[in-house]
Design a protein around this ligand. Structure first.
Ligand code: HEM
Length: 239
């Protein structure tokens, strides 16, 4: 039985097999198309997150390492702006496809089921829209904090990323906000990675849908890596 949380595996059983696509077949294809778009843009966004984490982990090597990495990006404006454009486009498509899927879901089922068979449902899958919304809010806050320097818990210096990061995380509410946001990252990536692999046909339906080694690995890596930075500053290990 297909559950509501799983990416579509095939056309609905009322799809007409005759030549020429029926309405339900066309709908199913559009839904699959939107899910594939979400999956592909999700892969781009997670790739950015992995690279962003690797760059940020340079904080453990000290200010010269982190500031040189940041200065390198500034010296390569073409690379920086192409990466920014790809990132922004992916984010817009990802959110747009999510909104369209949500609207189709609402239209197809205006009266919600009272009981739903959720074989693979988890806290993460049930809260994808909420964690996605939270992440959107975090990204706006984060850019205003560390890229634009508009939210300034400590004086901002665009040539000293290390000081901006370490100084920022020394402020309790800033560190707490980042620690909370990283839980959203972990939950969203955990379910998103699993759903993307299914939508792209990389992983097949399993009798144990909650066994998700790749999703676990990615989510733990990103959550743990990002969380370690405000935590290390807060504990005084990085100063
Ligand atoms: C502890 C965790 C994190 C730290 C220390 C951190 C650090 C930074 C820093 C220093 C910048 C500014 C880079 C510069 O202007 O040279 C930045 C930019 C950015 N970060 Fe993060 N980041 C963290 C987590 C995240 C997460 C989880 C996301 C996404 C969900 C994210 C998304 C971004 C984006 C989109 C930018 C703007 C990139 C640009 O300038 O084009 N960051 N981050």
């Amino acid at each position: 039985m297909r559950t509501l949380d799983e990416p579509a595996e095939g056309p609905p059983h009322d799809a007409a097999p005759a030549a020429g696509a029926s309405v339900s077949q066309r709908r199913w294809r559009t839904t699959v198309g939107l899910k594939v778009l979400m999956a592909v843009t999700g892969v781009v966004l997670v790739t950015f997150l992995v690279l962003h984490l690797l760059g940020n982990l340079l904080v453990y090597q000290g200010s010269t390492a982190l500031n040189s990495y940041s200065a390198f990006l500034v010296r390569e404006p073409l690379l920086l702006w192409v990466a920014r454009a790809v990132l922004l486009l992916s984010a817009v498509i990802h959110v747009g496809a999510a909104v369209l899927l949500w609207a189709r879901d609402r239209r197809a089922r205006p009266v919600r089921y009272r009981r739903v068979a959720r074989r693979s449902a988890t806290v993460a899958s049930r809260t994808m829209r909420l964690t996605g919304l939270g992440l959107g809010g975090f990204i706006v806050f984060h850019i205003l904090h560390l890229t634009a320097g508009i939210i300034e818990p400590v004086p901002f210096n665009e040539h000293d990323v290390y000081r901006n990061v370490v100084g920022g995380f020394s402020v309790g509410w800033v560190a707490a906000a980042y620690l909370g946001a990283m839980v959203l990252v972990g939950l969203h990536v955990w379910h998103g990675a699993w759903a993307s692999l299914r939508s792209l046909g990389v992983s097949r339906p399993s009798p144990q849908p909650k066994r998700r080694p790749v999703a676990w690995l990615l989510a733990l890596l990103l959550w743990g890596g990002f969380t370690s930075i405000p935590l290390a500053v807060w504990l005084g290990w990085v100063r």
